[in-house]
Ligand binder design. Structure first.
Ligand code: GLC
Length: 591
């Protein structure tokens, strides 16, 4: 991933629903049970940031028992699976992405018994649990790295990436081996005075990169994956997966050039670098094929049946590169590499959305797209797509694209109630180290990691203690309790979309075809089920009212029954004249 650039970009960018007649309570469970091999193909997956989800013991930090307490809520949302960001023992420099033991649970989050209980209770509700798998790097406190840095002769030395400096003498460490930069700023090389070499870290200094040219590293991760699969987890989200390998000749990264051919500078004044020597090297595919083959071998469990999925954190430059991440029929890699092209549009641009959705419709063969708009590394939807006036309506448009398009949908906790990005106002309050290092150009990722807003009591029901990050002031109105059961709330909008994705044959299994394709202001598409059922979806991407003609083409009829719309308003009389209010959404079944 081009981490520095995208973070810089983040730094710079800173109704009414018609309730469905009846929301089926059994749909998610039924789909989960009835098709164990394919459960992930039209699935809804929720990313949970455990640290901020629900604290059960008053220490101000979310934990596993807290998640267990909220499983009934998760069931009412209709999610098929939850992906937990890392809960392993960790010094928490990168809030869990610096792992010091891959087969344990950090005491801040609970115990292995708490994890087993979460698995058990989730399973009772037909909710699957997906773990984060960080194979690019460990914590510098992991015993493997402590061994590795202890001596050049240590058997773990070549588990990590070590290199001599340039021009080193007995008294001078010389310069780093090349110009590679950490995604979090500064050189990607850190000097070790004991063994007099540099170690490579794509991310924080405390996150040394593994040496994936060492077969022992491969075996270690196959064992870790097997450990969790035996416990019954439904799969893994592979973190920073494209950065496993580095250029074997250690060549410098080239500068990013602007349109006049001059080196581009980031907001901090540093020249931006390409990442061709340290990202998306072809050998990653061999590793993923190997991991997938190993994971596919077995671990069948009567208690936790069904396909175990591989999800990829795949920030890639184009659809062709994304397509490669699926592997081939004989040598599969990811089931669901994230389509981050769509995540990265970052503006309400109907044409860009159409292009990206067409790309994934046509560019990945028969594979299943994984659409995603939000996560714990990017400002929330309001900050990237909102206009400050219609943010709620815009959030509904984004949710509609996510859940009414073909494929599997991944969303981030809090989006379903319309939580807003709330970055720290003072440098001394910043928790994410990159936010302190790059202040004020970039304030880090605290703004999208604030505690989940459950109700309007003190600390939004997240904790009885002092929350590790402040609860945003919006919690009085924006919270689960206030929105539950309210026909016009964001939560109801999400629940209705998810229920429709599961129960309407056109949305659950239908093809996806863009319609009214010359329109630069409104995005419309047609879903058609194998039985011929047709559903039209149309979203106004502007702050002005629009009227669209959705008739003709493959649409078999002139009338439609409204399934869902936002905001409230008149029903379209005929499909050749559908009126949409600013950032309005209309979904209808063709009659
Ligand atoms: C991924 C994670 C991010 C983390 C980084 C390094 O991008 O999503 O939170 O900081 O990897 O592990």
């Amino acid at each position: 991933m081009h981490w520095t650039k995208s973070m810089a970009a983040c730094a710079l960018t800173l109704s009414m629903g018609v309730a469905l007649a009846a929301r089926g309570q059994t749909a998610p469970a039924a789909s989960n049970q009835s098709n164990l091999a394919d459960w992930w193909k039209n699935a809804v997956i929720l990313e949970i940031y455990p640290r901020s989800y629900q604290d059960s013991n008053g220490d101000g930090i979310g934990d596993l028992n807290g998640i267990t307490q909220r499983l009934d809520y998760l069931k009412s949302l209709g999610v098929d699976a939850i992906w937990l960001t890392p809960i392993y023992p960790s010094p928490q420099v990168d809030f869990g992405y610096d792992i010091s033991d891959y087969e344990g649970i950090d005491p801040q989050y609970g115990t292995m018994a708490d994890f087993d209980k979460l698995m058990d209770e989730a399973n009772k509700r037909h909710i699957r649990v997906i773990m984060d798998m960080v194979m690019n790097h460990s914590s510098d406190k992991h015993k493997w790295f402590l061994e590795s840095r202890s001596s050049k002769k240590n058997p773990y030395r070549n588990w990590y990436v070590w290199k001599d400096g340039k021009g080193e003498t007995a008294t001078d460490k010389g310069a780093p081996p090349n110009n590679w930069r950490s995604g979090f700023g500064g050189s990607a090389w850190e000097w070790d005075p004991t063994t007099r070499q540099y170690w490579y870290h794509k991310f924080y200094t405390e996150q040394p990169d593994f040496n994936w040219n060492n077969p022992k590293v491969h075996q270690a991760f196959k064992d870790i994956i097997a450990f969790w699969l035996k416990k019954g987890v439904a799969g893994f989200r592979f973190d920073a997966i494209t950065t496993l390998f580095e250029d074997p000749q250690w060549r410098d990264e080239s500068p990013v050039l602007d349109k006049n051919g001059n080196p581009e500078k980031g907001p901090d004044g540093q020249i931006e670098l390409n990442d061709t020597q340290t990202n998306n090297l072809p050998a990653v595919h061999d590793v993923m094929k190997e991991m997938r083959a190993s994971a596919d071998k077995g671990f069948k469990s009567a208690t936790y049946p069904g396909t175990r999925v591989f999800i990829g954190e795949t920030y890639l430059p184009n659809i062709a590169e994304l397509a490669k991440q699926y592997g081939t029929a004989d040598h599969p890699e990811f089931h669901l590499p994230m389509d981050t092209q769509i995540l990265a549009i970052n503006k309400m641009d109907a044409v860009a959305f159409r292009t990206r959705l067409n790309d994934v419709e046509t560019g990945i063969g028969n594979n299943v797209p994984l659409l995603v708009f939000d996560n714990h590394d990017n400002p929330r939807i309001d900050a990237r797509y909102g206009d400050g006036v219609h943010n709620e309506d815009i959030e509904r448009v984004i949710a509609t694209v996510l859940f009414a398009s073909k494929g599997t949908a991944l969303f981030y906790n809090g989006d379903e109630i319309g939580m807003k990005t709330t970055p720290p106002e003072r440098k001394e309050d910043v928790k994410d180290p990159v936010g302190r290092a790059m202040w004020p150009f970039y304030k880090g990722r605290d703004g999208e990691r604030t505690p989940m807003q459950w109700d309007d009591s003190a600390n939004a029901g997240f904790t009885t203690g002092t929350p590790w990050l402040p609860v945003p002031p919006t919690y009085k109105a924006v919270n689960v309790e206030a929105e539950q059961g309210k026909p016009d709330s964001m939560l109801t909008w999400y629940q209705n979309l998810i229920e429709m994705k599961k129960s309407n044959p056109a949305l659950a299994q239908g093809t996806d075809l863009m319609v009214d394709t010359e329109n630069t202001r409104v995005l419309s598409w047609l879903r058609q089920a194998p039985d011929g059922t047709q559903v039209l979806v149309t979203c106004n991407f502007t702050a002005d009212p629009q009227t669209v003609n959705l008739s003709g083409g493959g649409v078999k009829g002139m009338q439609a029954k409204t399934l869902l719309k936002s905001p409230a308003g008149s029903e379209p009389g005929s499909l050749d004249k559908v009126d949409l209010p600013p950032f309005g959404v209309w979904i209808g079944q063709v009659q």
